[in-house]
Design a protein around this ligand. Structure first.
Ligand SMILES: [Zn+2]
Length: 419
């Protein structure tokens, strides 16, 4: 058998598995219809997936005259994936089934000012606790997806880190975590992972191209194109937080001027709130100097957002100012991608999404270039706070189940060998 033939068989099997995952429950006849592959190819692929324990037969459909169809679905407990979102202010862990359902979740203290080896030793213990607490057989864990604020490089981990995580710059993150935890590790930035998580868990519906705008401490975006995360040359596509919205605007921490983040990111909202004596007191930010704002930006932003949601006019004005800049950046992104859905996600959107949605939606309704052809729907993720960690696990699942899609791939040893 030639190499090309093997690739074709593997491709067909991966495609069949992805359709079964996306459909929930399906049959061989439906697979023929959906994939366009022959009945014989489907039969062979399904047999292989059943033999590998990845797919199970779950009964028969109601007969419509002919032979009742045998129903197929993913064997969710066959494999598991770990997702970790590492940030300065918190580390979120999830353990998911093969289908992306979260069966274990933990939030722990962030990386803070701890040195990377110390933080990674703690992360290994916390991952052990997550696996043990879920009662999952460790041998069935495919790998660990680790995401953090970008930019990243696959070889050296974080590059050009936000100020709060500067000591992680050039630290060999994936190798260190792999050695500490003992499973294959994939790295990506949190916004890209969050978008993949939305796709994998079906929240974006049947569409396979959309964008997720991610707001935690900073602002970013994840791009899903034809069902796969688009990372660009170095995995750092979607940096709308550093799109220039005013060439004469304030200097940004990235070194450029007039970036979305500098004009309207969470740090800007917090700084403006701290400059207003009365607002600072109402938001409970007294005693927290503005000049140290970035280190605890997400928590302070959440305090301002909660105040706005309780009806504070000034706090709401600050959020709406921020939302206008996020809306401009989102419109530019939607124009470039020509999408019809944008999902707002990330911890800051988990709190303030209800303020941002109408402002961003209005900007797209008014000014999206192709608005006469189709609109762009703006919605908040159903799991905005943990979407990056869920997406990190989805990266591992997609690498394993749909290895021919573009995106990061697990090392060939261990996980892939199990398929
Ligand atoms: Zn910038």
């Amino acid at each position: 058998m030639g190499a090309g033939r093997v690739t074709t068989h593997q491709g067909a099997t991966a495609a069949v598995l992805d359709v079964i995952r996306a459909c929930g429950t399906t049959s061989r006849a439906d697979l023929v219809h959906v994939t366009g592959l022959t009945g014989a190819t489907i039969s062979t692929a399904v047999r292989r997936l059943i033999d590998d324990g990845l797919v199970i037969e779950t009964g028969r459909a109601e007969s419509t005259g002919g032979k009742p169809r045998v129903l197929l679905q993913l064997n969710h407990a066959a494999r598991f994936a770990i997702g970790v979102h590492l940030d300065h202010s918190g580390i979120v862990y999830v353990l998911t089934t093969l289908g992306g359902t979260v069966i274990g979740r933990m939030s722990r203290a962030g990386a803070g000012v701890g040195n990377p080896p110390t933080v990674i030793a703690r992360m290994a213990q916390e991952v052990d606790a997550l696996i043990d607490g879920s009662g999952v057989d460790r041998d069935r864990v495919l790998g660990l997806g680790l995401v953090s604020p970008g930019p990243l490089t696959p070889a050296a981990g974080m590059r050009l880190t936000p100020p709060a995580m500067r000591q992680w710059e050039d630290f060999p993150l994936d190798r260190a975590v792999h050695e500490a935890v003992g499973v294959p590790v994939l790295l990506d930035n949190d916004a890209t992972a969050a978008a993949l998580g939305e796709h994998w868990t079906g929240r974006a519906g049947p569409r396979s191209t959309f964008a997720a705008v991610y707001m935690g401490t900073g602002v970013g975006a994840g791009l899903i194109i034809n069902g796969a995360a688009y990372g660009g040359v170095s995995g750092n596509a979607g940096e709308i937080g550093h799109m220039c919205l005013d060439p004469d605007g304030p200097e940004c921490w990235c070194g450029a001027r007039g970036c979305t983040e500098a004009l309207g990111g969470p740090a800007r909202v917090v700084a403006a709130a701290c400059d207003d004596h009365d607002l600072r007191r109402r938001a409970g930010l007294d005693g927290q100097p503005a000049e140290n704002g970035r280190a605890e930006v997400a928590g302070r932003f959440a305090a301002v957002a909660r105040l706005a949601l309780r009806g504070d006019t000034r706090a709401r004005e600050l959020l709406e100012d921020s939302a206008r800049y996020v809306g401009l950046a989102t419109r530019a992104l939607a124009n470039v991608m020509d999408v019809d859905l944008v999902i707002l996600t990330g911890p800051s959107m988990a709190v303030a999404g209800s303020v941002y949605v109408p402002v961003v939606q209005a900007e797209l309704d008014r000014s999206f270039f192709s608005r006469s052809t189709h609109g762009v729907r703006v919605m908040v993720s159903a799991s905005a706070r943990t979407s990056a960690a869920i997406g990190a696990a989805a990266m591992v699942l997609q690498s394993h189940l749909v290895p021919h899609s573009h995106g990061p791939a697990l090392p060939l040893t261990t996980a892939r060998a199990q398929l």
